[in-house]
Design a protein around this ligand. Sequence first.
Ligand code: CP3
Length: 333
Amino acid sequence: MKPLHKIIINKDTSFNPIWIMRQAGRYLPEFREIRKKNSDFINLCLNDDLSSEITLQPIKRFDLDAAIIFSDILMLPYGLGQKVEFEKNFGPRLGKLNLNEISKIDEIDFVEKIHRVYKAVKKVSTNPNLNDKNIIGFVGAPWTLLVYMINQQSPKKNLKKDFFKDNFLINRILLIIERFLKVHIKNQIDNGANIIQIFDSWAGLLEEKDLPNYIYTPTLNLVNFVKSLNVPVICFPREIKNYKEFCDIVKPDAISIDYNVDPKKILKDIKIPIQGGLDPKILLTDYDNLKKEAFKYLEIFKDHPYIFNLGHGILPETDPIMVENIIKIVKNY
Ligand code: CP3
């Protein structure tokens, strides 16, 4: 059985597997080397030779328990025909959303546009060196994708003032997102992904009254869909105020927590396997502090099924040596 499955399916508490959000990325010189020669980020994700190579870069260097496919949550709007670009020092910039155009896209057009992501999943999942590791496929949650598609850029702290103005548009888009996320998930699984993580990076932006419509209902539909394919699903509703209520309603197989969550409180509140939590900024400090902070999580979750990870993506300025350190600390615990 693969390491993350032992935790999520068997509820094993005898060890803690580790992987790191954004483990394939800018903190690795070998990634920056490839990125320098490939200025178009979407094209890089669609180059299955390179994207599978990038997926393997952290696995070659470190003793990680899972590979996460090098791609992006914004491949979904791209597959739907919305313009998506990544600008240096700015982040994603999306074109204007056209409901008529997007409504015309069918499953075949969508898969045709992004099928090389699935080819990369296949290449990674059939690599014999990864036999004893999990292959994590992922999607953005409907809410977070809606935010990018309507806002056309990162919302940072706030949404556009008139974000919720066109209710009809918003609800139509949500349904389209949900439909194609299922296609995207199914294709990743068919090509060898054996865990799915749903990233809801902007869950924290919503008021309580809006959670059922924008988060609980669409995410529950996706979670049930993944479960129907017999693959475990991890949810990461970053900065949501009430993780317990989220888990009670959405019922993912495991929950990934952000670094503002109090681990002791969540341990009391939540029965399902837990992942993550450590503040990525701790990796910018020193070995002793890293050990102290990592031990906090390892101690609190010592009798609970727990996958070690960060509370958000690793920062680009992280020294790869600190990644090696955190893996040693977790494995020797
Ligand atoms: O290693 C991995 O984790 C797999 C690959 C992965 C990427 N993005 C590659 C990437 C994953 C799982 C994502 C998820 C993602 N993408 C999320 C959810 C997680 C989170 O961070 O909240 C979101 C919100 C996005 C959208 C996105 N993509 C943004 C906002 C940005 C720009 C900001 C940034 O962090 O660079 C990206 C670009 C991106 N996606 C990069 C990488 C490696 C950097 C690209 C570069 O080299 O400039």
